[in-house]
Design a protein around this ligand. Structure first.
Ligand SMILES: [Zn+2]
Length: 237
């Protein structure tokens, strides 16, 4: 009994309990409970953002490499000059790649049967000749290279140096030779409907951003060699 009395004299501190009652504290409590989930959500969001930025810059790099890889100048792709032994004469002053001779002449014959008279204006052109055309006409017309390139390829960048390109006119409307008006001739309309049967394709359509529309300029894609030559161009268009 004596012992109990003594114990009661000690001041034993009771554990203080603070009850969170106000609304701010309830919010804080909820935040504390959900904080791991919020952290997780933020992490996922941040990771996705970083990944998208990285993918975006990779796509940009790839796109720029693609542009640089085809080595265009003023919108024209580079073309090598055809070896002389692969050239054949189809007119007194017109040579073409031996691979396209038969198709080209068959196309002219077929057109003739339909009452359409195709005339060949220009076939193979050497890089030297292209050099003269590009620079002499440029200075004659007082045009800068970019303007000139809209209507003529810089030397080393012409489809004509491959032997697979042919400029075609309408024998009954020679005033439309090398003119956009050629598109209104019967010859052009016939070509649009029939040229693909002979593996010919219009090179510079109205969609081209850098080079003016050339309804007279067609290229041959009927052999593996020709397809390889124009592979870059076809990949882009
Ligand atoms: Zn041409």
């Amino acid at each position: 009994m004596e012992q109990n009395k003594d114990l009661s004299q000690f001041d034993i501190p009771l554990a203080k309990r603070i009850y969170i009652n106000n609304s701010n504290s309830i919010l804080l409590k909820k935040l504390l409970i959900f904080s791991p989930f919020i952290c997780l959500l933020f992490s996922i969001f941040a990771l996705r953002l970083i990944r998208n930025i990285e993918i975006g810059s990779l796509v940009n790099i790839n796109f720029q490499t693609q542009i640089n890889r085809d080595h265009r100048i003023l919108g024209h792709l580079p073309y090598e000059e055809i070896p002389k032994e692969k050239l054949v004469l189809i007119e007194p002053n017109i040579q073409v790649h031996i691979d396209m001779r038969t198709s080209l002449l068959e196309m002219r014959d077929e057109a003739k049967k339909n009452g359409i008279y195709l005339v060949f204006l220009s076939g193979y052109r050497s890089i030297n000749l292209q050099n003269e055309i590009f620079y002499s006409l440029k200075s004659f017309r007082n045009q800068e290279a970019a303007e000139r390139a809209r209507v003529s390829a810089p030397p080393g960048y012409s489809e004509h140096s491959t032997g697979f390109a042919i400029d075609i006119g309408d024998a009954t409307q020679r005033e439309t030779d090398f003119e956009t008006e050629f598109e209104n001739t019967d010859a052009f309309k016939w070509l649009i409907n029939n040229a693909a049967k002979f593996h010919f394709k219009l090179s510079f359509t109205k969609d081209n951003k850098f080079i003016d529309y050339e309804p007279w300029h067609w290229r041959y894609e009927g052999s593996i060699e020709a397809l390889k030559v124009f592979e870059s161009s076809n990949r882009k268009s």
